[in-house]
Write a protein that binds this ligand. Structure first.
Ligand SMILES: [Zn+2]
Ligand SMILES: [Zn+2]
Length: 350
């Protein structure tokens, strides 16, 4: 098969790769669409790059069942499916509590096993057993369905932050995940304030329903948030970028009794805060990493019902042949969400 194969840091090549085979309890999916996530780019550039190389990244995968291993009964060749990308044990205290994303033995697509930037993907028994290969309704397009994985991470943050109707939610960062937080918060009936340095991203957030746009390069973020919230701060602050200084500065924008969520995966390092801030104002400081299978299935449902529209997040479409171009555009933050499509080649006439 053809795949985008990672050989080392910033070394990715489009080349032939052995076809995966479905072992007992496993399935192989013929990829139809794979989403490009910031995590893929971070990994390619060295942050958490797998030890066993070469490998294939990509954890946002939808397609058709191509092969079914022995013992798999509820999936058949030709089924259209979306994939929850984390392989979990199903037995540890976290899995038993429904917090599969914290599984003690987790691995997954793009970290431990080969991912979706390839024509075929093998899904291990752990993902099949947990019900992580979810059949799609006929009406749901592959392009919409591929957004369920990133959206599920935003839904997980909303669940952790207990978003409620009428709450003010400040989202720091209007990148693709920031926009998804904005969509989820709007769906929850919250008042959405979103801050970024890029005017184009803010304008997009405005078209997607965010009520208050703050250009933190031009305006004073603290003053603007306090003006909008009558001096209280935001009931919920979701920090959707992983820059320690920005995290530290954003903590203070949380209202008394509010919740602050570190969502964007930060690099190692320390931040400072005054413990009195946490104590006297009863702040809940938390984080969200990935999502549970339930979050994922809920997002497929919400997308299917058009309760949350995701098609406007897709800004660029690539094929495996133009994948290196996608990597460049992602590195330069030129796109909202890029996807790789594997459908039948389309003849283009000019
Ligand atoms: Zn992702
Ligand atoms: Zn587990």
């Amino acid at each position: 098969m053809k795949a985008a194969v990672v050989h080392g840091i910033n070394d990715i090549r489009i080349e032939e790769y052995p076809d995966p085979v479905a072992g007992p309890g496993e399935v192989v999916v013929k990829t139809n669409v794979a989403g490009i996530c910031a995590t893929d780019i971070k990994t390619l550039l060295g942050q958490g790059i797998p030890k066993d190389l070469p490998t294939i990244l990509g954890h946002e995968v939808v397609g058709e069942i191509h092969a079914v291993g022995d013992g798999v009964n509820d999936l058949a060749i030709g089924d259209r499916v979306a994939v929850y990308p984390i392989a979990v044990c199903g037995k540890c205290r976290y899995c038993l509590a429904g917090r599969h994303n914290l599984c003690e033995a987790e691995f997954g697509l793009g970290h431990g096993i080969e991912g979706g930037f390839a024509e075929y993907v093998r899904l291990p028994k752990e993902i099949v057993d947990i019900g992580g290969v979810v059949k799609l309704s006929e009406e749901l397009s592959f392009e919409d369905a591929v957004m369920a994985e990133p959206l599920s991470c935003a839904l997980a943050a909303a669940r952790i932050c207990k978003l409620k109707k009428g709450a003010s939610v400040l989202i720091i960062g209007a990148g693709p995940m920031g926009l998804m937080h904005s969509k989820v918060a709007s769906w929850c009936g919250c008042e959405v304030i979103i801050a970024d340095l890029m005017a184009s991203r803010l304008a997009l957030a405005g078209t997607m329903g965010a009520q208050h746009l703050i250009n933190s390069g031009k305006e004073n973020l603290h003053d603007e948030v306090m003006r909008i919230t009558d001096g209280r701060g935001a009931d919920v602050v979701i920090i959707s970028l992983g820059i320690p200084q920005v995290i530290e500065d954003s903590l203070k924008l949380t209202a008394k009794g509010g919740v602050c969520n570190i969502f964007g995966g930060p690099p190692a390092g320390d931040i400072k805060f005054d413990p009195r801030w946490l104590h006297y104002q009863e702040i809940t400081l938390t984080g969200t990493f990935a999502a549970t299978p339930d979050d994922f299935k809920k997002c497929l449902q919400l997308i299917g019902e058009e309760a949350i529209i995701v098609s406007d997040l897709i800004s660029h479409r690539f094929t495996l042949d133009s994948f290196l171009d996608a990597v460049e555009k992602a590195k330069n933050q030129e796109m909202v969400r890029g996807i790789v499509t594997f459908g039948a080649p389309v003849s283009v006439s000019f």
